[in-house]
Write a protein that binds this ligand. Sequence first.
Ligand code: C5P
Length: 217
Amino acid sequence: ERPKPLAGKRAVITSGPTHEAIDPVRYIANRSSGRQGHAIAAALAKLGADVTLVSGPVAIADPEGVSTVHVESARDMLAAVEAALPADIAVMVAAVSDWRATDSTVQKMKKKPGEAPLPLQLTENPDILKTIGHHAQRPHLVIGFAAETQDVATYAADKLTRKGADLIVANDVSKDGVMGGSRNQVMLVTQETTEVWPDMDKTHVADKLANWIAGRL
Ligand code: C5P
């Protein structure tokens, strides 16, 4: 048996997209696969942590050795994360929809021939990372992700402060196959340091991040 550096530590992870209902059959979503978040949950569990994974709708299996809670919307995801507190570690990997439909309808919206399309009014969703980063029960280590297509380091540093995180793992989603794919190339930004990791498999990023976390606790 290898030593388990995270034994006795509780971790809560978000992963996947959220689905925001427009009507009973339509929703707002994004291309997140849940691969990176699920891999991080599994990697932390391997190091002995007691892990709660809060997952949006994904096509991949629940990781082994992890307690998985399935949710659809951002508001449900936030409630599930808060229910998992207190925790020592929070890693917010989910690609949460920034907006939801202001009024989702109970009946399916109907297209009426000859009429203009119905307008879709949007309301901002809660920011889960920011809420947890400033929470009364704030975990000791709060980690966020930043999917950017430009000025990755600048936006990551800004996000770190604004969201009350200890670490932002930034990736450039303009690179082919990162969003929804199996590989990732990340930059780790803290208040003191910036570290660039080479392109690698998402499971390898997860293992390295779990070790980074173990070194910080
Ligand atoms: O602001 P932005 O969406 O770029 O921030 C990304 C980070 O914030 C990720 O860690 C993501 O999981 C988290 N986030 C969140 N709730 C939101 C939006 C983003 O937890 N509503």
